[in-house]
Ligand binder design. Structure first.
Ligand code: GUN
Ligand code: ZN
Length: 445
């Protein structure tokens, strides 16, 4: 018989049961909050949570209790759009999207033909994700199948819930990154067979964006998706005005950018479109009707000078908005930093983001939009035990600021504006502590 792995963490607990809305105060019933709570973790899942006084009295003998008072536990953060292969070209100066791709991105992605490089970067990327409290992401690999094998193998070893896929490009990229149309599709099918549904992994079909795929490649991708609706799809949409002009020239038979994807059957409830800055309300409505989501990537949009995402218009169209780093266009992997940039973009548009909406977005909101909310995104019995232990006193200045906070909403806002990897005391995934900020080296001798 396998041994039961069971423990309780005592801390402040925060989780969302529903969208808290856009007002300063969350919609009643949307927030689950225990100022002195207990989270019972057993065999990789959450067994129970409650006020400490209530849960402690019901615990069987022998369950160990760990004291994290002063810390705040939330579900692990989710990043709906990130490129692991761009980790080392973050902060590359002076270009906007199309030149940035040619000058920095494509040369970097060429390196992922090499298996050892892909393995080393997969490990480095996952270390960094866990350091910032992110336990799940939807990830672009490179065009090389080997980059996907390396990423999924590394995620699998750590027991992480990850979505990823091989970039599909059959034109307008360096030759060594360009698929022959059907070869790229066959590679994707092999990767799906090997990885999709393997424990906590899922495959996301990954045509890079309309300009780098022929209609034939987009159609073949749509055919795979139609045959297996359990697959995900990720691509880019309407990020940059130069890109828009290029798409219009390449696809004269489509009335707008979104229709290029619609015509190939790529817009569905498991489709994530990164950016969606330059859209009209009719396009937002069409995305909403299909249940797709737009990944809002604010640090990337600011860094690449792409534009200011209109979150309010997306919400009004009934469209799911997810939050994403988009590293290496993004300047920070941290979900807290993403919220900070989202707040700043919102301020420039007269639509400031509340901390409630931000933390909901990073957790249950992203999980729902990615159809992962049956497993992650909430602290609730039966859910996978993926969570982050935040430290509101991580730095002297943050401690000074949060000491003045009179409500949870204020503390969350201070964390989202001032927090970073130092605010993440521990990250747990699959019921195990996989990152500890204050890791003490084992003393020798
Ligand atoms: N559009 C097509 N490829 C990319 C990419 O790698 N990053 C971003 N931000 N936009 C893209
Ligand atoms: Zn991207």
């Amino acid at each position: 018989m396998t041994k039961t792995d069971s423990r309780v963490l005592r801390a402040e607990l925060l989780s969302f049961d529903a969208d808290p809305g856009e007002a300063d105060s969350p919609v009643p019933g949307s927030v689950r909050h225990y100022p002195d709570g207990a989270l019972w973790v057993e065999n990789g899942r959450i067994r129970a949570l409650d006020a400490y006084a209530s849960l402690a009295s019901r615990l069987p003998e022998g369950v160990e209790i760990f004291d994290y008072r002063g810390k705040l536990i939330t579900p692990g953060f989710i990043d709906s759009h990130v490129h692991y292969v761009q980790l080392e070209i973050m902060a590359s100066w002076g270009r906007q999207l199309l030149d940035w791709l040619n000058d920095y991105t494509f040369p970097e992605e060429l390196k992922f033909a090499n298996r050892e490089h892909a393995e080393a970067l997969s490990e480095a990327f996952l270390d960094e994700m866990l350091r910032v409290g992110t336990t799940t992401a939807q990830v672009f690999c490179s065009s090389h199948a080997t980059s996907v094998d390396a990423f999924f193998a590394a995620s699998h070893r750590r027991g992480l819930c990850m979505l990823a896929g091989k970039v599909l490009m059959d034109r307008h990229a360096p030759e060594e990154l360009t698929d022959d149309t059907l070869g790229g599709i066959r590679d994707s099918e092999r990767l799906i067979a090997d990885w999709h549904g393997k424990r906590r992994l899922g495959y996301s079909l990954t045509p890079r964006f309309a300009p780098t795929s022929t209609r034939a490649q987009l159609d073949a991708t749509g055919a795979i998706l139609r045959n297996d609706p359990s697959l995900w799809l990720q691509t880019h949409l309407a990020e940059n005005t130069g890109e828009l002009d290029w798409v219009a020239a390449l696809f004269p038979g489509s009335r707008d950018y979104l229709e290029v994807y619609e015509q190939s059957g790529l817009v569905g409830p498991r489709s994530t479109f990164a950016h969606g800055i330059h859209l009209d309300q009719a396009m937002r409505g069409r995305l909403a009707e299909r249940g797709a989501n737009l990944a809002f990537c604010p640090s990337s949009n600011l860094f690449l000078g792409s534009g200011l995402f209109d979150r309010k218009a997306a919400r009004e169209a009934g469209l799911n908005v997810t939050y994403a780093s988009d590293v290496g266009g993004g300047t920070d992997l941290s979900g807290l930093a993403t919220l900070k940039a989202a707040y700043q973009v919102g301020q420039l548009r007269g639509q400031p983001l509340t901390a409630w909406q931000g933390f909901y977005g990073l957790t249950l909101g992203n999980a729902r939009a990615l159809s992962l909310d049956d497993r992650i995104g909430r602290l609730a019995p039966g859910m996978d035990a993926d969570f982050v232990i935040l430290d509101p006193a991580a730095t002297p200045l943050l401690a000074r600021r949060t000491a003045r906070c009179r409500s949870l909403g204020e503390t969350l806002f201070a964390l989202m504006m001032m927090g970073d990897d130092r605010s993440v005391a521990e990250t747990w995934a699959a019921g195990r502590c996989q990152h500890r900020r204050d890791h003490q080296p084992i003393a020798s001798g």
